[in-house]
Structure formats: C-alpha cells, structure tokens
Design a binder for this molecule. Structure first.
Ligand SMILES: Cc1ncc(COP(=O)(O)O)c(C=O)c1O
Length: 412
C-alpha cells in the first residue's frame, strides 16, 4: 500500500522538482491537463511584459530588426529541433498543425505524383483526417484521397498506391505511442513518405526524428511546450526533402527576400519556404520564452517522471471503488503510453466536471473518455495523491451524477 509519506518522498527525490517553481500555478488547483494546454511559465510573463511594453510599446516597428522579430520563426524552430531529435535547419515555427499539414500533404502529393493514397488511422486526431479530406476535395480523388485503417493495421495496408502515411506519434485519446522507427521504415520500404504529428509527444518524451529518418513532421506549441493558448505550431522537413518541391501556400514571408516586394514568388532557402504570412510575434515570443524551460532538462529524466506519475495514478486508483468502473483505454504497459491516461466511463463528463469543481483539472473527450495528463515539469507526485483523494470524494458524494452535467460546454 502506498502511503502519503511515500508519495512525499518521491517528490523529495524528484530531480525535476525544482522546475515547478518556474510555473505560475494556482494554489487551489491540481492541473492534470497540460496535454491540452500547458501551464504558464514565469519566464513567459516577463517576456510578455518586455515584448509588449518595450518592444511593441516603445520600439515599435524597429523591433522587427532590433529585437529579432523577423528571425523568430527560425530561432524558435532551432530551439524545438533538439527536443524532437532534429539536426539544425529542419524545423521552423509557423501557423497551426492543420495549416502545416496542408503544406506537407501538398508536398507529399508532389513528391509522389503517381500515388494517390494517404494512409492514416481511423482514430487519428480529426484535423489530420480533415486536412487530407480538404486537399482531396481540392485536387480530386484521383490525385489524393484518404484511407483510414485501424492503428495496428497501418503497415499491413501499405501498397504501391500509398504516397504517405500520416500518424500521430501518441494517440490523442488513448495515449498509445506508435512505433515511429518501425512504421517509418516500413512506409519507406513501400516507397511512401512518413508524416508524423507530434502534438502529444513533443516536450513530453524523447523523440528521434532524424534517427528514425522521418520525412516530415508537425507539432504544436501549446501543450507540453507551454507556449500558451493558440501558440504557433512547427513543421519539420528532413533536409533531403527541402527545396525539391515547393509548398503551395507561397506567402510573402516564405519568399527569398520578402522586402524586395518582387511580383514573382521565389521560395526562400531551406525551411523558410514553409512560412506563409506575418508571424504572430506575441505568441511566438511567448513560446520562445517557454522553451527556455527545457534548456537544462534531460528528456530521459522527463520521460521517467512522466511514466512514474502515470504508474502512481493507476496504483492509487486501484485503492478506490472507481477502479472497477473506470475502464483503462490506454495501454497497460507503461512503455507504450505517452504522458496521459484515458479511461472510459458512462458518466465521464460528469466525473470530469465534478472533479474540476473540487479543484482537479482533467478533460473529457467524446464519446465517454476521461483524460488525465501528466506534465513532468510541474506536476508533482503529491498532485496525483490529491487528485485521487478528490476523485474518491466526488464518487462518494455522487457529485458526478448531478443533472448540471447533462449539458456539455463547447470546450470539454
Ligand atoms: C494530435 C493532434 N493534432 C492536431 C491538433 C490540433 O492542431 P491545430 O494546431 O491545427 O489546432 C491536436 C489538438 O489537440 C492534436 O491533439
């Protein structure tokens, strides 16, 4: 039986414990939703003040040069690169995952013009599927169309018609990690390209894009990178694919010399061509500051803590009457899980809402999924203990059955 004292001891020995102080965390909340929106790093507060007051307020437009605004997309990309196992010159910060997927899927279709299929998992995050569907409607099904199969059947579904495999490294619902190296190798052996969505793995575990020889990847800035709501995303294109074809959202910021105002588009070198319009400097500066938090972090230690937090959650859950009711959707083997746990429960929405009322923030995903995320930089083992105590009280008081939870809010 794990005791409160044993949990405190885990926090005392935690090599990442000091990182928590670098975040603004409300005292009356246990935040287990960093897999949706990361917490606010203190460094971002200071950076925002400077960016607003000095850079925007005082230095105004000269800040594009003076404070390096114009170089932020590449600079932030280079900060992200080592965190996802990418060498220099292959990552740029820009737009959203959705928009970046449009660029990549177009590129893939140009690189494999005789192959119309994009293979994805039926329970991939919907925007990934929607972006293929949208491009398919634009180009026509004979040029590009989506094929959805079960996650476990991806490699079996490969054939000479497949241009690309598009997958999330960690499934947004179940938290299952897909074997990136193995799937990438099989994809390329079949003549196709591997495109990975790292929304739920970047910043939560070591990722090895170069080592796995991934072709393209995307990821967001607002989850484990703690860049803030709607933080810009990033895109990775392996050096070997750069400049062979041109992505079609050829906005002026991706031009070789934007301020030449040339009427003819000429793509900038390397990752610059993945830029489209003017970057959102405030959000990008926030992400840039947030990434500083990772400067001294050993990603293996981060992963070890993430696994330990999830394991502790499951062990403590076993002690509650809920254990029999909550069905684990995540893999039971911790090495196959990302930094979250997912459970199905008929009153999952009510459980999440009642839990939030007791100060524990998790989230709900259709149709009946309760998700609990672990952010090793700021979640403590004590958080897990308190969260389970609160969950036990929710169930004991039957708060999850309250009629108020029959109607769902827009964001769940
Ligand atoms: C796997 C995955 N891909 C994409 C997105 C959303 O992408 P976007 O940046 O376009 O909003 C999410 C959002 O949670 C996600 O979990």
């Amino acid at each position: 039986m794990i005791t409160r004292e044993a949990v405190s001891e885990l926090d005392r020995l935690d090599p990442l414990a000091l990182q928590r102080d670098a975040f603004v965390l409300p005292r009356d909340k246990i935040y287990l939703d960093g897999n949706s929106l990361g917490a606010l790093p203190r460094a971002v507060v200071a950076r925002m003040q400077d960016t607003l007051q000095q850079q925007w307020g005082t230095d105004l437009i000269s800040s594009w040069n003076q404070h390096g605004w114009i170089d932020l997309p590449l600079a932030v990309g280079e900060k992200i690169a080592p965190l996802v196992g990418a060498g220099p010159g292959q990552v740029i910060c820009t737009d959203s995952i959705s928009v970046n997927l449009f660029k990549l899927l177009s590129v893939v279709s140009m690189l494999r013009p005789d192959r119309p299929l994009v293979l994805s998992a039926a329970d991939n995050f919907p925007t990934d599927l929607y972006m293929v569907q949208g491009l398919s409607a634009l180009l026509g099904e004979q040029r590009l169309r989506l094929v959805q199969v079960a996650e476990a059947e991806i490699t079996d579904a490969l054939n000479e018609q497949v241009a690309a495999v598009l997958l999330s490294h960690v499934n947004f619902r179940t938290g299952r990690i897909l074997p990136m190296a193995e799937i990438t190798t099989a994809t390329q052996a079949a003549g196709a390209l591997a495109v990975w969505d790292l929304a739920h793995s970047a910043g939560a575990m070591p990722v090895a894009l170069d080592q796995c020889q991934v072709d393209f990847a995307v990821g967001c800035g607002y989850k484990f990178f703690n860049g803030g709501p709607g933080a810009p995303a990033w895109v990775y294109a392996a050096s070997r694919h750069q400049n062979s074809v041109q992505q079609p959202l050829s906005g002026w910021m991706g031009h070789r010399v934007p301020f030449a105002f040339d009427p003819e588009y000429e793509a900038g070198p390397g990752m610059l061509q993945y830029l489209c319009g003017t970057p959102p400097i405030l959000s990008m500066a926030a992400l840039d500051a947030a990434l500083e938090q990772f400067a001294d972090v050993d990603m293996e230690a981060l992963r070890a803590k993430s696994v330990a937090l999830g394991t502790l959650f499951l062990e403590l859950l076993q002690k509650t009457e809920l254990a029999a009711e909550l069905r684990l959707l995540s893999p039971s083997a911790s090495e196959q899980r990302g930094s979250q746990l997912a459970f199905s429960h008929p009153q999952a929405y009510g459980l999440v809402q009642a839990w939030i009322e007791r100060g524990v923030v998790a989230d709900f995903r259709e149709p009946d999924v309760l998700r609990v995320g672990f952010a090793p930089l700021y979640n403590s083992y004590g958080d897990i203990w308190q969260a389970l105590e609160a969950l036990r009280e929710v169930v004991a008081e039957r708060e999850h059955l309250d009629s108020r939870w029959r109607e769902r809010q827009k964001v769940t």
